[in-house]
Design a protein around this ligand. Structure first.
Ligand code: C5P
Length: 235
């Protein structure tokens, strides 16, 4: 069996129910990829499905982007850690104290997931953030929040592949960068705006690539995954 020591591809399980999720997951191999469970799937299927994925041997990124008062976020992160997930994320704009509390809560847990920050959502442009009172270029705010996340003890941030080079330079190579907005050459970019291919994103310094539809909507998902791994010289 082919096995990758540290699978770099995180497949976004953007499904509505357990049956369609498992129809895909049953074709995948935990030695080749990790899985991301987001808000919709979690709200519909809950911790039981996350547990099922973990029991099948997959590392799970619980993408719930917590943002609340420090105590509440810390408790939610501890619950995620207790569930045994591999990665969990919180909004860096929740502030230093919220991030520090989350870090401390995770450290008290038996399982210690990677704790990742969300900076400025890529769906927001200059005007959108001005409307909520941030009179600043989005890229500048991303860097500010990423630095604050690093100082507050987070392991890294989610960012666009186009922000990777700058963030690695400014914060350091150990700061983990998780990048959606990745499309294999020749595939449909869908609603993503600014994309890089998997190999370009890894070359720029992305640590993990979040890829959804190019794999989940493929007729042959395992083959689609393997083609991406081959393109990146990871198979
Ligand atoms: O199908 P696709 O490859 O576009 O899926 C990307 C995944 O990454 C989705 O789950 C999407 O919600 C998530 N994501 C994103 N852009 C961000 C943050 C998260 O595409 N800035």
């Amino acid at each position: 069996m082919i096995s990758i020591h540290d699978p770099k591809i995180i497949i976004a399980l953007d499904f509505k129910d357990e049956a369609s999720t498992m129809a895909l997951v049953d074709q995948l191999e935990p030695q080749l990829c990790r899985l991301k469970v987001g808000k919709e799937l979690f709200v519909r299927c809950g911790p039981a499905l996350v547990k099922k994925l973990i029991d099948k041997g997959f590392d799970v990124f619980l993408d719930l982007k917590f943002h609340d008062i420090p105590n509440t976020v810390a408790a939610a992160c501890q619950a995620a850690a207790d569930m045994g997930v591999w990665m969990v994320n919180i909004h860096a704009s929740g502030g230093r104290k919220m991030m520090q509390y989350a870090r401390e809560a995770i450290e008290k847990s038996e399982h210690q997931p990677l704790l990742i920050g969300v900076t400025i959502l890529t769906s927001l442009n200059r005007q959108d953030i001005a409307e909520v009172g941030l009179d600043i270029e989005p890229a500048e705010q991303v860097l500010r929040l990423a630095k604050l996340a690093n100082e507050s003890g987070l392991d890294g941030v989610v960012c666009s592949p186009l922000e990777v080079t700058e963030l690695k330079q400014q914060i350091g190579s150990d700061f983990c960068l998780v990048t959606p907005g990745v499309r294999p050459a020749g595939s449909n970019i869908g609603d993503q705006q600014r994309v890089m291919t998997p190999s370009q994103a890894l070359l720029a310094g992305s640590d993990y690539l979040v890829i959804g539809r190019p794999i989940t909507q493929s007729n042959k998902p395992l083959e689609a995954l393997k083609n991406i791994l081959l393109e990146c010289n990871m198979l």
